[in-house]
Design a protein around this ligand. Sequence first.
Ligand code: FE2
Length: 333
Amino acid sequence: MARPIKVNVPRYLIDLNNPEHWLYTASPPISRADGRPSEEMAVFIRPDDSGQKLFAMTDSIMYKSDPATFVMRPHEHHIGYETWFLDSGSADLYVNGQVTRLEPGSLYHMQPYMLHSMFMHEDVKFRGFFQHWSGTDNVPITQLMEHYQPGLKAKYWEAGLQGLVSDHYIHESFDCVRVSNEEMSALRHPDRPLAKFELDGVTVKLMVGRWECAGVREINYFEFKEGFKAETVEFPLYRELYYVREGKIKFKIFSDEFIAYKDCLVDIPKYIAHSIEALTDSAMYDMGGMTCWYNFLYDYTTILKKYPERANDPAEIETVKKTNGCQIKSFGL
Ligand SMILES: [Fe+2]
């Protein structure tokens, strides 16, 4: 008895601006006098098989705050990490007694026990990536509640369950000191990377260090020159999640080819070989971040610069790649 072959080809390319690519939408219960929720969220990727809850991603519209009723009550998470990209508009970000004005192009990375809050000067678009945050499990379930019985989610919140099970703890209001963007350590911008490595056709900028993610991942920004190419090994060990911010990048997965552009995610399962080619000058974040890029590039560029005889030994370079989980076989212009 033979069964027909059936294969599930995943959606590799996710255009954040295409509602057909949304997994589901969500928002907290309405608590404002103007009848709007504080946030409307489109969810793209659910938690995964990494064991670290790394691949949940949301695209939120945070609605303009009302200065007449706004009370800055910061919250913290005890286990989860969240990394948010501001894509449009402007907001004040409060972190651990400081406040600063966020502008588009920035990201901020919240570690457990960092108190944070925001005031929206206008409707703003935020893109969130998470690590170990239980809220990413709860949101689809509270959406189901609401689907079957409108109003049930508000009741669940009122019962205090949202705070108990979603790792979200609210604090009293306190006075904050206004500082510049540079003075707030959680706030990052590609103009101020933690480290920068210039290679053939690509600049790699470390934006969030592995030491800021409990050693689980790191966040790097890759800036490609037009014509840059890279190819993975035959069986890459890690799932990849790229967030394209500029330009056009061609991806090839076996015989499938597609072009990723600004505001696209590219989600590639582990073990699936792939290659990229920058069709224009381009830039993207590596949000999977399992490869120890910083450690790899630190050693690799040092060997290239100081030990040319070792740099010419493929076995030596292979060892540095293997030690740091680098899944790239070849790269360059
Ligand atoms: Fe938070």
